[in-house]
Design a protein around this ligand. Structure first.
Ligand SMILES: Nc1ncnc2c1ncn2[C@@H]1O[C@H](COP(=O)(O)OP(=O)(O)OP(=O)(O)O)[C@@H](O)[C@H]1O
Length: 271
């Protein structure tokens, strides 16, 4: 059996504009393996988010998936009926986006938000949802009495932890994180990502981590793909990409990043 959980094969995504189609993702192929943190890097506008939305078929017009395959455990999500896809979104593939912390409902206590999601996707009862919410709060290090608070009573970093906790409550096999900590300050960002690495080690899910910050990605991910203008120009182990990048653009990306001393470099995945 292949150890690939998600396989993207020859993916093309266009934006259908008044003056013609603009190909934002051009013949992109890569895989995310089981238990792997895979990073997709590249400058703003290179097509990373377009891929993230295409994976769970959440692309909105004018985006149009023009070709290719997206296989989850060998099943092509692009051909899956919408009703079945509902069981894949959140339950098998969780999503945490940059704006996710604003996606918490400001009018609902956090506990109720866990209940909402768990009832909808797993049919959990209120006590079952409460138990799971407490378990998840323990995992992400938030005192369980705070489940009764409203989102505005938490800091930005804590809100992002809550979003991650709600996502993990459904035990997804894959989490897609698109710039999940970009809006947070560097210290909080680091704390959240360290915790993510711990959770990933303990729970074994896979992560597709998207950021323009190649340096951060190299500390976190086992393998990295580098995108340039809609194309994937290089894929490899983080060690190889950081020590011996093959593509000029990857070298340029590294060149643009100030290097930190090795003592503060690693978040634990790549020694
Ligand atoms: N709704 C849209 N209509 C038209 N073009 C779009 C739309 N959304 C994105 N694009 C274009 O598609 C290309 C890829 O955008 P995308 O958001 O996927 O890039 P990205 O690498 O995720 O960038 P960022 O890091 O800034 O989010 C860009 O050229 C962008 O301008």
């Amino acid at each position: 059996m292949s150890d690939a959980l998600l396989e993207i094969r020859n993916l093309n995504v266009d934006y259908l504009l008044d003056d013609g189609a603009f190909r934002a993702v051009n013949d992109v192929s890569f895989e995310v393996r089981r238990g792997e943190l895979f990073g997709l890097a590249g400058e703003s506008g290179c097509g990373k988010s377009t891929i993230a939305y295409a994976i769970t078929r959440l692309s909105k017009p004018p985006a149009w998936v023009a070709g290719g395959e997206i296989l989850l455990d060998g099943q092509n999500l692009l051909k899956m009926p919408e009703a079945l896809l509902q069981n894949v979104r959140w339950r098998r593939i969780g999503m945490v986006f940059q704006s996710a912390m604003n996606s918490l409902n400001p009018l609902m206590r956090v506990e109720a938000q866990f209940f909402d999601v768990l009832r909808k996707h797993t049919g959990a009862t209120r006590p079952q949802a409460r138990a799971r919410a407490e378990e998840m709060f323990r995992l992400v290090g938030i005192p369980i009495n705070r489940l009764d608070d409203y989102p505005h009573q938490f800091s930005g970093g804590m809100r992002q932890r809550i979003v991650i906790a709600i996502c993990l409550a459904l035990k997804p096999e894959l989490i897609i994180m698109d710039e999940p900590t970009t809006a947070l300050d560097v210290v909080v960002q680091r704390e959240i990502l360290e915790q993510l690495v711990d959770l990933q080690r303990n729970l074994g899910f896979s992560v597709l981590f998207i950021t323009h910050d190649l340096h951060l990605m190299a500390q976190l991910c086992h393998r990295i793909g580098v995108m340039l203008k809609g194309q994937l120009v290089e894929v490899g182990d983080t060690q190889q990409i950081s020590r011996a990048p093959e593509h000029d653009y990857t070298r340029k990306l590294w060149g643009a990043i100030p290097q930190l001393p090795s003592s503060v470099r690693s978040l634990g995945v790549v020694e």
